[in-house]
Design a protein around this ligand. Structure first.
Ligand code: NAP
Length: 262
């Protein structure tokens, strides 16, 4: 079996951790990246104890100096594991706010923040890893986007804008680079049962007085399939696409079904 080397950003919890665990089952060595190094180390230790191969990486995708340091570390790890041939741009944030409140209480611009994490981070990692993939004539780059990259939702305009940017970039890259041997694809889940959603549920509970079960049921009812998407489902689809999915695939997960768009 050819051993793939995957880099999964935001791999320490939620959807990213499920993808890490799924890729280990097909023999990939996985670099688990997030800002919280200890969380990455904990997951990697579990994987190594179970006989898999995983390495932690401290990385803030919104910070250029962190990206530079990570690039050096990825090159060191290539000597040990081989070069990264599967990049999963999964790290992301979602902060809700009314359209005209574009800054947080601390004065941070919400649009700049979302674009930095959800778009420029993935784009800069592509710029770092794509030249090597093109030289080798092989590589796969998967974006964990969102249904918010396909349609708009109220109160998350910055999130929607950043995910539309990520999806547009992915579609253009697939057309330009796919014929040269590096495939691009995206997964667009509706609401997923992850720590990110748990934070949204806690927010609804605090603001509306609804119970946690009611808030969870509300989010599930918003998915066209009527149920929350599970991280393991996203992970299974990610693994399938990385192994053999078509270039330019945009896969929507609605809580019940998968829809393949281009
Ligand atoms: N949950 C949903 O309903 C849903 C639906 C559709 C799409 N998505 C997308 O799926 C992806 C994963 O979401 P999730 O629900 O698993 O989120 P999550 O539970 O909040 O986990 C986010 C992961 O990203 C990391 N991260 C956050 N900011 C980062 C940064 N600046 N640099 C590097 N890593 C960072 C976090 O670790 P640290 O905090 O330690 O950095 C963590 O590992 C996101 O792109 C999200 O937009 C989620």
């Amino acid at each position: 079996m050819t051993q793939h080397v995957a880099l999964v950003t935001g791999g320490s919890r939620g959807i990213g951790a499920a993808i890490v665990e799924e890729l280990v089952t097909v023999g990939a060595a996985v670099i688990v990246a997030a800002r919280g190094l200890q969380d990455c180390e904990r997951l990697c230790a579990q994987i190594e104890e179970a006989g898999g191969s995983a390495r932690p990486l401290a990385l803030d995708v919104a910070d250029r100096s962190s990206l530079r340091a990570a690039r050096v570390r990825i090159e060191q790890l290539a000597g040990e594991l081989g070069p990264v041939d599967w990049l999963v741009n999964n790290a992301g944030i979602a902060i809700s706010a009314p359209l005209l409140r574009g800054t947080t209480d601390s004065g941070e611009d919400l649009y700049e923040r979302h674009l930095a994490v959800n778009f420029h981070g993935p784009r800069l990692l592509v710029e770092a890893l794509l030249p090597g993939m093109l030289e080798r004539g092989a590589g796969r780059i998967l974006a964990i986007a969102s249904s918010a990259g396909l349609v708009g939702y109220p109160y998350v305009s910055a999130y929607c804008a950043s995910k539309h940017a990520l999806l547009g970039f992915t579609r253009a890259a697939a057309l330009e680079v796919g014929p040269k041997g590096v495939a691009f694809g995206a997964i667009c889940p509706h609401y997923v049962d992850s720590p990110m959603l748990a934070a949204s549920i806690a927010n609804v509970v605090a603001k509306t007085g609804k119970s946690e079960a009611e808030a969870r049921a509300f989010f599930a009812s918003q998915n066209p399939g009527g149920a929350l998407v599970q991280p393991s489902e996203v992970a299974g689809v990610a693994r399938q696409w990385l192994e053999s999915g078509p270039n330019g695939a945009v896969i929507e997960l609605d809580g019940a079904r998968q829809h393949l768009r281009q």
